[in-house]
Ligand binder design. Structure first.
Ligand code: 5RP
Length: 215
């Protein structure tokens, strides 16, 4: 189902142009599919070191954001997505670079299997990237917000930071919570992608791939 969604995303890649590529298992399927059209794209922008290595191993040229003028489309998975196209991301720990690349892209195409579509975000623990010296402070602030933060053991992000996975949140207003979490000193990024939601979601299911858009 993940591969089917990934394959369908090829239809959103603009020939002769650049494509932003996410991280995680669904994005890895997308990279394999993208390899088949490497001669028809200008290259890619990677949202993690793992993605960069995989793209380069397939002979796809990878550009930094400072080297490009525009990025028509970004394609990435999600841990949860609602019909309003709000997402939780960061299960793979690449949320900060994912949020940066998606902010630059003209269109965000999310690729998921049907298990990721939810009515309300929060069953999946919300990943938060934290500057190491601030982790105890950020954890206390998260408890005050009703969350139950757990440090992701033995994990360091591509940016040299830590991840707190926050359980116990029922996220009724994702835009508001995304904004509030960003105000905690020491938070680099939180895994709510609601202020900039996906534009399209390709949902792989047993009966085929469904296209979901907001509204
Ligand atoms: C990585 C992510 C992934 O997109 C998310 O965790 C989904 O992963 P998968 O495609 O393996 O289910 O946000 O930081």
């Amino acid at each position: 189902m993940k591969r089917a969604a990934a394959r369908a995303a090829l239809g959103y890649v603009v020939e002769g142009s650049l494509v932003g590529v996410g991280s995680g298992s669904t994005s890895r399927f997308f990279i394999e599919e993208l390899a088949g059209m490497r001669g028809r794209i200008a290259g890619a922008v990677a949202s993690s070191e793992d993605t960069r290595r995989r793209l380069e191993n397939h002979g796809i040229k990878v550009f930094g954001l400072d080297e490009i003028a525009e990025l028509p489309v970004y394609i990435d998975g999600a841990d949860e997505i609602t019909p309003a196209m709000h997402m939780i991301k960061g299960g793979g720990g690449a949320l900060t670079r994912e949020k940066i690349v998606s902010a630059v892209a003209g269109k965000f195409v999310c690729i998921v299997d049907a298990t990721k579509v939810v009515d309300c975000l929060g069953r999946f623990p919300l990943p938060i990237e934290v500057i190491p010296m601030a982790s105890a402070h950020v954890a206390r602030e998260l408890v005050r917000l009703g969350g139950a933060p757990v440090a992701r053991e033995g994990f360091v992000t591509d940016n040299g930071n830590l991840i707190l996975d926050v359980g116990g949140l029922r996220i009724a207003d994702p835009v508001d919570l995304e904004t509030r979490l960003n105000q905690i000193a020491g938070v680099v990024t939180n895994g709510l992608f609601a202020r900039r939601p996906a534009d399209v979601c390709l949902v792989g299911a047993a009966e085929g791939v469904r296209t979901m858009t907001a509204g």
